[in-house]
Design a protein around this ligand. Structure first.
Ligand code: GDP
Ligand code: ZN
Length: 458
């Protein structure tokens, strides 16, 4: 397939970092050649790197000292011709090179467009493309590993084997219907059907079970810090942000113009509500009442409730405990450097099973314990990176949910002994839904597929 040539800055725009302008498309090499001084890039071998200078062909002025990689399709990520111009300077020079590339025939790539091309050109399947898109947005190492795992096709493999299972089941049914006299074909009894359906249903359920964790890893736990005025909420936010560098990922093909307040606490990505939001919640319970505030807080995956060690518990503190009932929370008793006034026994009663952590943010004490508490809250053995196929994409989740439903219909049908060709419909639908996850929307009839797979002794 042929598309126009796209270009973008494909490295994070940090100071001092090497920045790359990447081009992909039929004219990638030609366009790069127009602005490269030393030699003809159209005559070099594929997959070679060349030192030289970028010039503005109109004025003849030298703009940048660069290394240029020339890679001819199809052995590239997009399967198209790809050129990468490595610039040493900062933002200004890389932008100048990009401008030149754009004025000499390339079009600015949309975010993720390189990946889209890899998909359109058949280099990767849909779930892999989506994994790369997740990667582009990945906020932490863990989320990144998950995305890479998916990209490597774990999810695809699992889905493919489930579809195979369904296909074989369908083939058996088909044979029983069409050739009832054929004895050497195993009789597809309802019992066998139930077993097969149960297996597929169970596997789909397992996949769905990981999806919430996947979502959390990818999007970050939305975390709200609450507490009375002056207990140290802002200090807490600051120390979390300072101790845990916000994460940037190094993904080719993305221009990054959105910077979000994410922090990575021992592998747990937290999406801290912005400071404005936090200030809003300061007196939230008082302002809008327990019921309303519960609703606001319900949006959060994690609450950090801050108390003051050097002060007595107040009715406001108690109300905050009421407001967070039933939610994930950690209780922070801050300002332990002050003389104790708080009633710790009472705090323990109010906190029920919530972890309690004591800190002195002023003396930078206890933040470690808080991080430990956050991490063990979410990684208590339930998430062993690398072992599972995490489902992290909302489209996949929707399709899996539908597939689970159609498998339930099938199972119900089998149990109530309805005619087997009706059960076929649900199984076929499940097969199609799973196919959509890996981008395999087969046009040809399923029956043809079935019979090419299931050779009937001819
Ligand atoms: P917020 O109103 O809950 O956001 O509280 P701030 O974070 O703005 O802190 C209020 C005041 O308490 C500031 O003067 C902080 O420096 C101070 N503070 C924060 N943490 C501690 C602590 O651990 N010990 C002491 N003594 N003061 C603290
Ligand atoms: Zn504050």
């Amino acid at each position: 397939m042929e598309y126009d040539t796209i270009a973008a800055i494909s490295t994070p725009m940090g100071e001092g970092a090497i920045a790359i302008v990447r081009l992909s498309g039929d004219e990638a090499i030609e366009i790069a050649n127009r602005i490269f001084k030393e030699k003809s890039l159209q005559e070099v071998e594929s997959h070679t790197i060349h030192y030289g200078h970028i010039i503005d062909p109109q004025s003849g002025i030298t703009v940048e000292e660069v290394m240029v990689s020339v890679m001819k399709g199809p052995k590239t990520f997009t399967r198209e011709d790809v050129v990468e111009i490595n610039c040493h300077g900062g933002l200004v020079s890389v932008n100048r090179v990009l401008q030149l590339v754009l004025t000499n025939g390339a079009r600015l790539a949309e975010p993720g467009e390189f990946t889209k091309r890899a998909f359109l050109n058949g280099r990767i399947d849909l779930s892999q493309a989506e994994a790369v898109m997740d990667l582009i947005r990945a906020k932490t190492d863990r989320a990144m590993n998950m995305a890479i795992g998916q990209m490597e096709g774990r999810l695809s493999k699992l889905i493919t084997s489930l579809r195979q299972e369904l296909l074989e089941t369908l083939a058996h049914i088909e044979v029983n219907i069409d050739y009832p006299e054929y004895d050497d074909v195993e009789e597809m009894t309802h019992n066998v059907l139930i077993e097969k359906a149960g297996y597929v249903h169970g596997e789909i359920e397992k996949l769905l079970h990981t999806s919430n964790q996947g979502k959390i890893l990818r999007e970050g736990l939305s975390t709200v810090i609450i507490g009375r005025p002056n207990v140290g909420k802002s200090s807490l936010l600051n120390s979390l942000v300072h101790e845990n560098k916000a994460i940037v990922t190094d993904i080719p093909g993305t221009t990054r113009d959105v910077i979000e307040e994410y922090v990575n606490v021992r592998g747990v990505p937290l999406r801290l509500v912005d400071t404005a939001g936090i200030r809003e919640t300061e007196d939230i319970v008082e302002r809008i009442g327990v019921e309303r505030s519960r609703e606001v807080l319900k949006q959060a995956d994690l609450i950090l409730l801050v108390l003051n060690y050097g002060d007595e518990l107040t009715i406001e503190d108690e109300r905050l405990f009421e407001a967070i009932a039933g939610m994930e929370a950690i209780i922070l008793i801050n300002k332990t450097d002050l003389p104790k006034k708080i009633d710790l026994e009472r705090v323990k009663i109010l906190a029920k099973s919530y972890p309690i952590v004591t800190t002195s943010l002023l003396e930078e004490h206890g933040v470690d314990d808080l991080e430990e508490a956050i991490s063990s809250l979410f990684f208590e053995g339930s998430l062993e990176a690398g072992d599972l196929s995490y489902v992290s994409n909302s489209r996949h989740i929707a399709l899996l949910t539908q597939a689970k439903k159609t498998m339930e219909d099938a199972t119900f049908g089998i149990e109530s002994d309805i005619p087997i060709d009706l059960i076929q419909i649900d199984l076929t639908r499940t097969w199609e839904l799973l196919g959509e996850i890996i981008g395999d929307t087969v046009q040809e009839s399923l029956i043809n597929q079935l019979f090419s797979q299931f050779c009937l002794g001819k």
